[in-house]
Design a protein around this ligand. Structure first.
Ligand SMILES: NC(=O)C1=CN([C@@H]2O[C@H](COP(=O)(O)OP(=O)(O)OC[C@H]3O[C@@H](n4cnc5c(N)ncnc54)[C@H](O)[C@@H]3O)[C@@H](O)[C@H]2O)C=CC1
Ligand SMILES: O=C(O)[C@@H]1CCC=N1
Length: 258
């Protein structure tokens, strides 16, 4: 996720000066190849480097152990921006103090192609300028929104954070169903990718509710009606997705509790 964000900052006119701390050599080289400087740990940050933001894109389990080492940058005016699932602003503030400006963001994997959904919460210490900078840093990765109620971040994570994986799985299943129906593999892949891309784009651009669009596809007594009788039947996708999102939400709460 860190690389997806970085890739949006470095090329072209938006270019910012970024230093990456990353223990894995191949990943440092990947960051350097697009114009960042990189080091294996915090001691490699160039002297005099004066960041406006410190972005944390480590596993949630590692985040709080890592924060204190970066506190000196916050004392010099930087704000912290975390994309770690589940970890609340209060948990970060417990480690570094309540006077540190912190933005918590939940991006998703589509950030890698600039089409992510990035939902942010900021604490009261975050200035208007820092919120704007967070928005500027995140917007190359997709659509950025700020919400006030941090408690919603668990459900946000379960819907848009993990959501791309649900869509990828839907894609896998539809492709498998297509090949089971006799389509060659490559054709099944093409059909499914273009259908999901096209339907997503149409739903995004249309002012109609998705239910209206669904009804427009569904001819009376036609093929879609036969299909939806299964998909929307008892124990169908609605029930399954409610359980799916709830499982992710509960796990997000658990991640935050450690
Ligand atoms: N993958 C996804 O779709 C999403 C991930 N996230 C969040 O993004 C964060 C990162 O997730 P991924 O990118 O999937 O994991 P990842 O494992 O690919 O990335 C974590 C990176 O942190 C590096 N790292 C480990 N210790 C470090 C240290 N002490 N200092 C600096 N870097 C260190 C690792 O080498 C690794 O490259 C997680 O907190 C996750 O909850 C949030 C939304 C979506
Ligand atoms: O699976 C995870 O925990 C992270 C957060 C949302 C997407 N990936």
């Amino acid at each position: 996720m860190g690389y997806a964000l970085l890739a949006g900052w470095l090329p072209g006119e938006r270019m910012v000066k970024a230093h990456i701390v990353e223990p894995v050599v191949a990943l440092r080289e990947r960051a350097e190849a697009i114009g960042a400087t990189a080091s294996v740990d915090i001691s490699g940050i160039p002297p005099g480097f004066d960041p406006a933001a410190i972005v944390f894109a480590v596993k949630p389990q590692h985040l709080c152990d890592l924060l204190p080492a970066y506190l000196r940058f916050a004392q010099d005016g930087a704000f912290f921006l975390s994309v770690a699932a589940g970890i609340e602003i209060a948990a970060m503030a417990d480690v570094v103090g309540t006077d540190v400006p912190i933005v918590r963001c939940m991006p998703n994997m589509a950030a890698a192609v600039g089409a992510g959904m990035l939902v942010c919460c900021a604490n009261v210490m975050t200035s208007k300028q820092q919120r704007h900078l967070a928005e500027r840093l995140l917007s190359p990765a997709g659509k950025v929104v700020f919400i006030d109620d941090e408690a919603l971040m668990h459900t946000v994570t379960a819907v848009s954070g993990s959501g791309p994986a649900y869509v990828f799985h839907f894609l896998e299943c539809l492709e498998r169903a297509g090949t089971a129906g006799g389509l060659p593999d490559a054709l099944a892949r093409d059909l499914v990718l273009q259908t999901i891309y096209g339907a997503g784009l149409l739903a995004r651009k249309s002012s109609d509710d998705p239910a209206v669009l669904r009804r427009q596809v569904t001819s009376p007594n036609g093929t879609t009606a036969a299909a939806l009788a299964v998909l929307m039947g008892e124990g169908g996708l609605d029930t399954l997705l409610a359980r799916t999102v709830e499982a992710a939400r509960v796990r997000s709460v658990e991640l935050g509790a450690h």
